[in-house]
Design a protein around this ligand. Structure first.
Ligand code: COA
Length: 167
């Protein structure tokens, strides 16, 4: 069987901030795809703590030795962004049954919008199944350690934001 030339996929998300759960999904997706575009969603009703530049900077640090990872941003419909990039595979991580229901709905909606789009699901590593960006922020805010949840560069940045040094 011929190998597809453009065997790339998109990992989209808010990533506010990226956790080991997200990184694990991206690393495992790299075993299946030749390249991964991390697409940081800029439209977010929740409002983000990290700017796009900050999220890009932490991903660049984490994947500095992985040239197959590209970091980009998008606004509007994910399927439209994927079409513009010529990529038709979306990779999503599933942590829980609740994630499954949400992801099923999103993947069906995306296929209704563009039937060329396929969503590939990767089951989250058990040790990361309880992690979300909000939980990480809460733990750091309350003085807990992010050691098992986030990269040290993310923890440093998060602490800078949550506990700004007075000048
Ligand atoms: N590991 C750890 N955490 C994970 C995770 C994983 N594998 N997968 C999801 N999460 C967390 C996120 O950190 C986030 O935590 P938070 O709510 O505490 O911030 C939560 O799960 C859900 O994130 P959410 O922001 O709802 O979604 P997302 O970050 O997974 O991204 C988009 C969703 C941006 C891809 C999706 O909304 C989208 O495509 N938007 C564009 C508009 C569009 O096309 N809409 C139609 C789609 S049907």
């Amino acid at each position: 069987m011929a190998v597809k030339q453009n065997n790339c996929a998109i990992c989209a998300g808010t990533f506010d901030p990226p956790s080991f759960g997200h990184i694990n999904i991206i690393e495992r997706a790299l075993k299946v795809f030749d390249c991964i575009t991390i697409a940081i969603a800029l439209d977010n009703a929740k409002g983000c703590l990290f700017s796009f530049e900050e999220r890009k900077a932490v991903f660049s640090e984490i994947f500095k030795d992985e040239p197959r990872v590209k970091i980009d941003s998008f606004r509007g419909l994910l399927v439209e962004y994927a079409r513009q990039k010529g990529i038709n595979v979306l990779v999503r991580g599933i942590r829980t049954v609740a994630d499954y229901e949400y992801e099923l709905q999103m993947s069906l909606a995306n296929r209704m919008l563009n039937s060329n789009i396929e969503t590939i699901f990767i089951m989250t590593e058990g040790r990361y199944s309880h992690i979300s960006s909000s939980i990480v922020k809460q733990i750091i805010k309350l003085g807990g350690s992010g050691r098992d949840m986030i990269h040290p560069c993310v923890e440093e940045k998060l602490k800078e934001k949550l506990f700004p040094k007075s000048k």
